[in-house]
Design a protein around this ligand. Structure first.
Ligand SMILES: Nc1ncnc2c1ncn2[C@@H]1O[C@H](COP(=O)(O)OP(=O)(O)O)[C@@H](O)[C@H]1O
Ligand SMILES: [Mg+2]
Length: 369
């Protein structure tokens, strides 16, 4: 049999949708049910929370794809300056078939630039962003089309994000056919939720993108390999799944590296897998950990070493005692690291790593601390 080289189906790049999203079936189903249901369904306002590499961006993209297959129009943005304008532009681009060009240019103001604005246009009081958005949504809703807004990389410091949430709250109250999905690092989300002015958001569904269960990882790896025309030995699959620790980015790194050992062989062997897993762990260090700890101070790292040695959720008193510092000093570093999304808050004031495998890496790299 002449060997045919198949393309590597894995996608170890931020933001690329993998052929199979491990462990997300239930979340996706809940949200699609919510879209299918009437306005007011709680799944229509959902916040995804997870560290770097847990699959937030990809999940928003997947939901957009699925929603659009159900006839929804979407506006997909990241939380930064120009957010409000970008939402209108996105609707303009994605809803050209449903919204009359006239009302689009009137509402988004896209065509009205330069010096040739007529007197009457100047005299017309400027419409607020909310009224522009509402007009577009009305036009869509009248045709039975809903609007999904996705906001990635939520940043509590981004002022226009409050306008989006505030307007959305009104739209929900008016029972418009809309949905809002947001995603961000744990600490950015908790900062946003602390804002009294948009306390409405606290009632949104929160989905933490925790580690994917091992059997779901194994299923996704095997299915991806088989769909791409190869097979994987069962011991190899077991090892591959185990070594990801359920971390989505690592699923792709492991899959990618075990595939490329002997791409001309029909079956991925245990040897290929052992070698591939080592490479994946190096990639994980290079692509996530090195850049994560590059920005940290020595004391930050000492804090993290202490947390890793304790080996799980811990509170400030525990860490201070193990570190040999006072609670005030320890709290200062706790706060710094929370802000950077490296650790995250758990119940009862405890914290833990928000990036799996990072604790082990830190212990290995700084054994002398
Ligand atoms: N559920 C999943 N199953 C398998 N791989 C995933 C899953 N979610 C994300 N990935 C992969 O993980 C990597 C990071 O995804 P991304 O959405 O960019 O993460 P985030 O936005 O949370 O930093 C990408 O390579 C993507 O293909
Ligand atoms: Mg992202």
């Amino acid at each position: 049999m002449s060997p045919v080289k198949m393309n590597n189906p894995f996608t170890p790049t931020f933001g690329s949708i993998p052929p199979l999203l491990a462990g997300r079936e239930q979340i996706i189903r809940d949200i699609l049910d919510g879209l299918d249901n009437a306005p007011g369904d709680p799944n229509r306002t959902t916040i995804f929370i997870g560290a770097r590499g847990t699959g937030k961006t990809v999940l928003l993209a997947k939901l957009t794809e699925e929603a659009s297959a159900q006839g929804w129009v979407s506006a997909n943005v990241t939380a930064k300056e120009g957010l409000l304008k970008e939402i209108l532009m996105q609707i303009k681009d994605n809803a050209t078939d449903f919204i009359t060009p006239d009302s689009l240019s009137r509402i988004t103001g896209v065509e009205i630039v330069g010096f040739s604005i007529s007197r009457s246009a100047v005299e017309e009081p400027e419409r607020t962003w909310r009224s522009k958005l509402t007009a577009l949504i009305k036009e869509l809703n009248e045709q039975g089309i809903g609007l999904l807004i996705t906001v990635d990389e939520v940043d509590a410091q981004c002022a226009p994000l409050r306008d989006v949430v505030d307007t959305y709250q009104h739209l929900v109250r008016e029972r418009r056919n809309v949905a809002l999905m947001m995603a961000g690092l744990p600490n950015n989300i908790s900062q946003l939720l602390r804002d009294e002015k948009i306390s409405f958001l606290r009632r949104a569904f929160q989905q933490r993108l925790d580690a994917v269960p091992k059997d779901e990882v194994a299923f996704a790896l095997r299915k991806t390999v088989e769909t791409a025309g190869r097979a994987i030995n069962s011991k190899a699959l077991e090892l591959a799944a185990e070594s990801t620790q359920g971390f989505p980015f690592m699923i792709q790194l492991v899959g990618y590296n075990i595939w490329r050992q002997n791409p001309q062989h029909k079956t991925i062997s245990l040897e290929d897998t052992k070698h591939g897993v080592r490479l994946a762990e190096n990639d994980m260090r290079r692509m996530i950990f090195d850049s994560t700890i590059h920005d940290l101070s020595e004391q930050d790292i000492r804090f993290l070493v202490t947390l890793a040695r304790i080996g799980g959720e811990s509170d400030t008193t525990q860490i201070a005692a193990a570190w040999g510092k006072n609670v005030n000093y320890t709290s200062k570093y706790r706060k710094r690291l929370l802000e950077q999304g490296i650790i995250g808050e758990r119940m009862f004031g405890k914290i833990d790593f928000d990036i799996p495998l990072l604790g082990e890496y830190i212990l290995e790299r700084f054994p002398e601390f």
